[in-house]
Design a binder for this molecule. Structure first.
Ligand SMILES: [Zn+2]
Length: 1053
């Protein structure tokens, strides 16, 4: 899935203070562990549920961790065991409340010595219990289940009441593993007039363990009839609504190996939200309302369309039949097999049975009046569908999809397994796109683009298409076992979207975009409330599952894959990936399976390094201290953040092979917490003798807290993290920074543009850590008067812009004025020299739009005059005189600041059929500083209609950026919270975006308390979301940042 707001968010939220983060820690996790362990219930055979296999591997992994300190080993063991225990007991915990968020895994608690002793004692007890349970014969954490061995611990499970008052025979959110579905036979009859549907689901299944119950998912379906085996024998279906489960109980055991058939007839309303089997509508070119029905099942909404075992590991085959009126078409995952005319005059389309086993969240079907264009690629018929009037906008998507399908087929050595691949633009669709196997659904703005649209608009379409196509392998063919490892789907799809496009469409300039994505991932991951890429703690409730769809899962996941790829010997990454796909095609995996596949094709274990990156949140800061007296550069740096680094370690020396005359650069990675957070960092570096070509890059793995790297006498400086492919930041010390800045001032091309962007990103982050003064940030930025490349300029402007927006919300007028002078001084000339005509290069387009959007939004006369003139030409020519696509946003947003032009834009919004243009106009309308217009646009977005509700998160984030609307929009969200969560589920990406955009620019105690008060009052309607914790943490950090930096800014700016 591709959350749409990915592409519209400003990436430069402030990098956070990683050191300060630990101040929000509460207690060490050994305490939790002890509590959990005493509450651990007895297991009955059916109560063994599918668990992430990582829990087993974690336990097995003890001792393999090469942390070289005994205490650390104990701590890590505690944590690892704790995680595995929490995993097992998680469903038990949640039985007390379906919405109990377990505290995030406390990776970085630093207990006192006494706590440590107590912890170790408890740990030994717990470890013994864990090992005993783990090694009980036949009692693993897998679906193999437990035998009677556990019955020596008597504890009666308590069951909830079904809707009819009888006891429901299951008490876990996860389904029992005793039954496995094999095939679903689905018949659906939607009625697009009454907006209802009826269905019949026939499920063939096998019994894996003797059991007296079949438990599966169903949500908002009214089961009208149920039969088991022989269709004449009706059975009673019990329902437990809070967990969206139904069950059938039997007096006698269903026996292992038995094959069963459960047939369920049901009725339901088509959903009026964006998930399940939902209705959608649009106005055709005559203005008439047309309706359609489509599906969106990921992550857990297949159960709203048909009763099913709605967990990704329950893969099965599907045969789908849909009844329709003539005049509509139907689509599903597979090609159509036949159409039958029913006595009622309706038509029934039957699709081929799926050729592959697949997870329920990938099933899809559509009833609509779409038209398509098609092309054959290898053995696959590729089609792009849209509403008839937008057929002309489908060609670019078809070209891109065809090229990429061929690319992936070749690259992965496994052909796309289906005979057809449809890409469908749905007029009302919340996500950016969804990778349903063979039937990928898109928001119109993510798939349709006019021929004359700018390359920048096409870049967005190519991105989404590349992402969803990659999922056909990563996600569809090989699927994560459970949502805690969602990154195996999304991190990969994100990684491939950039790398496939860089290869096949180099003109789209994706390497700059990918760099920005890595910076964005760090901004989020530096928050204490972030989570590991591979989550070992509880991910159980629907809200927790939804929250997995975030920047860490997608963007940090992709960043880690890039780091790994650039670390391994040439070709090993690709070989390992092919091995992984081959090993697990058609089945489910956990993260460790990926590392094992990569290890199989190389010399060294990949797990040892990668576990340190995927099992803990955050990232390292590597500090370089230069020692030795060559050139009189004698420096010895002492680390100053004492609360986390109170213990010292023996300096470890690692010598590079060929250099004997030395001065030394000592690398000190510093961490959120010294006890637990050690990474294996593949440190890459270049030096002044050879600094920009890829062949200059050297690599050194930093496994311990400290190491020494010896380099030749002639080396004046080192730049670490070549091309910023590693997920860490670097501090060079005062002297080191000064040398690098001098080098850049002498010759800007001594470093690659990505390395220059990396330095800018890192120094802003360090300034926020309090590690360098703001003066040093400005010292580095001085070189930018000679900068003309997109990556470093974009990074500098976005960092400055985020500081500016924060000061703006505090109404620091004098500082704002001085900051403007500073920006004009450094970038004004470049802004004024931009051309406003057509531009071919995507990279130049990106740079031009960033420069001009900042210039016009800060009121630079030259910019606003040009933008207004272009806008007037456009309207006066009745929109026939085109505005270059990359300039549309700045032109529309500038025009929207004047009342009359805002009104004319509103008219243009209603009439345009170009989706990318429409979206830019909407953003411009929302950027107005007129409070009445802001209130109108917010309420219209919530109503739907003129502005579709799917656009509300975009409207809210745009309004939040401006001064006039940032308080209004916060009030709006508070007042309308219940209506908002009706449309966008709690925990979903749009809700995360709404919370972040409305609160992330607050920086006062009053706002902190207000935000805290509001969310805690929501209780089960949202107070437990991770994004709420992130929001509170962000406000606290903004406060700290202001306290620390306002005086400095006043002095230095
Ligand atoms: Zn995706």
């Amino acid at each position: 899935m591709e959350p749409h707001t990915h592409f519209i968010e400003q990436r430069a939220s402030l990098p956070r203070n990683m050191i300060e983060n630990t101040m929000f820690e509460e207690e060490p996790d050994v305490v939790d562990l002890a509590k959990d362990s005493t509450a651990f219930p007895a297991l009955e055979p059916d109560e063994v549920v599918y668990e992430p296999r990582s829990s087993r591997l974690l336990v097995r992994g003890l001792g393999e961790n090469d942390l070289d300190d005994e205490e650390e080993d104990y701590e890590s063991s505690a944590r690892l065991l704790g995680m595995s225990f929490m995993n097992r007991s998680s469903t038990h915990n949640s039985s007390s409340s379906p919405y109990n968020r377990q505290a995030p895994p406390r990776l970085c608690s630093c207990p006192s010595a006494r706590m440590l002793v107590v912890g170790v004692f408890i740990l030994v007890l717990v470890a013994s219990m864990a090992m005993a349970l783990y090694f009980l014969p036949g009692c693993t954490f897998t679906k193999a289940g437990c035998g009677k061995a556990n019955s020596s611990i008597p504890m009666e499970p308590s069951y909830p009441n079904s809707t009819n008052g009888e006891l429901f025979p299951w008490n876990e959110l996860r389904l029992p593993a005793s039954v496995r579905p094999v095939n679903y036979d689905l018949s659906l009859t939607p009625n697009l007039t009454s907006m209802t549907f009826t269905g019949r689901t026939v499920i063939n299944m096998t019994i894996l363990h003797d059991t007296k119950r079949i438990v599966l998912h169903s949500s908002e379906l009214i089961i009208t009839k149920a039969t088991f085996q022989d269709k004449s024998v009706e059975v009673k279906v019990l329902e437990y609504k809070p967990w969206q489960q139904i069950a059938v109980s039997f007096l006698e055991d269903l026996k292992v190996g038995q094959v069963c058939v459960l047939t369920l007839d049901y009725a339901a309303n088509l959903s009026h939200t964006y998930d399940g089997f939902y209705n959608s509508s649009y106005n055709d070119k005559t203005g008439a309302k047309r309706v359609l029905a489509a599906t969106q099942f990921e992550p857990q909404a297949a159960r709203k369309a048909f009763p099913c075992f709605d967990e990704p590991a329950f893969k099965a085959t599907f045969l789908v039949r849909i009844t329709r009126e003539p005049g509509y078409i139907t689509l599903s995952n597979m090609p159509q097999a036949k159409t039958t005319t029913l006595p009622s005059g309706l038509l029934e389309d039957e699709f081929e049975q799926t050729a592959v086993n697949m997870s329920t969240y990938l099933v899809a079907f559509i009833v609509a009046n779409f038209t398509s264009i098609t092309r054959n690629v290898s053995n696959t018929l590729v089609s792009v569908y849209s509403v008839p009037e937008k057929k002309e906008h489908t060609h670019y998507a078809l070209d891109t999809a065809s090229t990429l399908l061929h690319f992936y087929n070749t690259f992965f050595h496994i052909d796309y397994p289906l005979r057809k691949l449809d890409l469908v633009a749905i007029p009302d669709f919340l996500a950016g796109a969804m990778e349903n196997w063979g039937l990928i659904t898109f928001r119109e703005t993510s798939l349709l683009v006019g021929n004359q649209s700018s390359p920048l608009d096409k870049q967005l379409i190519a991105n989404v298409v590349a992402h969803e196509l990659a999922h056909q392998w990563f996600g569809n063919l090989v699927t994560m076992r459970w949502w805690n490892d969602l990154w195996l789907n999304e991190g990969f799809a994100t990684y491939w979207q950039y790398t496939s496009l860089m290869t096949e469409f180099p003109q789209l300039d994706l390497d700059n975009v990918f760099l920005g994505v890595r910076f964005k991932a760090m901004a989020k991951d530096s928050l204490n409330s972030s989570h590991p890429v591979s989550v070992s703690s509880q991910v159980t409730t629907p809200e927790q599952v939804s929250e997995m769809f975030d920047s860490v899962t997608y963007e940090k996941g992709a960043s880690l894959l890039l780091m790994l790829k650039t670390t391994l010997p040439d070709g090993q990454f690709r070989k390992g990936i092919i091995k992984y796909l081959d090993n697990y095609r058609g089945s489910n995996t956990v993260t460790e399976d990926l590392w094992n596949s990569l290890t199989q094709v190389g010399q060294e274990s990949v797990s040892d390094m990668m576990r340190t990156w995927t099992l803990q949140n955050g990232f390292p800061l590597v500090t370089v201290s230069r020692k030795g007296d060559i050139h009189a550069h004698t420096h010895s740096h002492t680390l100053t953040h004492t609360h986390a680094l109170s213990r010292t370690r023996t300096l470890m020396h690692a010598h590079t092979r060929s250099h004997s005359h030395i001065h030394t650069h000592t690398f000190r990675p510093t961490f959120l917490c010294v006890l637990l957070s050690l990474w294996h960092i593949p440190v890459t570096y270049v030096n002044d003798n050879c600094s920009s070509a890829p062949s200059c890059r050297q690599i050194f793995t930093l496994r311990n807290k400290t190491a020494t790297l010896n380099v030749s006498d002639s080396v004046k400086w080192l730049k670490l993290n070549y091309m910023n492919t590693g997920f860490y930041i670097v501090h060079y010390g005062d002297e080191g920074w000064a040398t690098l800045i001098d080098a850049l001032k002498t010759d800007i091309n001594t470093l690659t543009p990505h390395d220059r962007a990396s330095l800018i990103h890192n120094i802003f982050a360090l300034s926020r850590l309090g590690r360098v003064s703001f003066r040093q940030v400005l010292n580095l930025l001085d070189y930018t008067t000679n900068e003309t490349e997109t990556a470093p300029l974009t990074e500098a402007l976005s960092q400055l812009s985020s500081v500016y927006r924060l000061l703006d919300k505090r109404q620091e007028q004098r500082l704002l004025a001085r900051m403007k002078v500073y920006i004009w001084g450094h970038f004004g000339q470049l802004m004024d020299s931009q051309d406003w005509g057509e531009e071919e290069s995507v990279s130049r387009q990106e740079l031009r739009s960033v420069l001009l959007e900042m210039a016009c939004s800060l009121g630079r006369q030259n910019c606003t005059d040009q933008a207004t003139a272009l806008y007037d030409q456009w309207t006066n020519s009745n929109q026939t005189k085109q505005i270059p696509g990359d300039l549309q946003q700045v032109v529309f947003s500038t025009a929207a600041q004047a009342d009359l032009r805002w009104l004319s834009l509103m008219e243009a919004y209603s009439s345009t059929t170009y989706d990318s243009e429409k979206r830019k106009i909407l953003q411009a309308l929302a950027s107005t500083q007129d409070p009445r217009s802001i209130v109108w646009i917010l309420s219209t977005g919530l109503e739907g209609g003129i502005i579709q509700t799917q656009e509300l998160p975009l409207v809210i984030s745009t309004v939040s950026d401006g001064f006039a609307g940032h308080l209004l929009v916060w009030d709006f969200v508070k007042e309308n919270w219940d209506r908002i969560i009706e449309k966008f589920p709690v925990g979903s990406y749009p809700i995360q975006s709404i919370i972040k955009s409305t609160t992330s620019q607050f920086s006062t105690q009053t706002h902190l308390e207000e935000v805290q008060g509001f969310f805690s009052s929501l209780k089960e309607r949202g107070s437990q979301m991770r994004s709420v914790q992130e929001s509170l943490e962000t406000i606290r950090l903004n406060q700290l940042w202001m306290d620390r930096n306002l005086p400095t800014l006043r002095i230095w700016l």
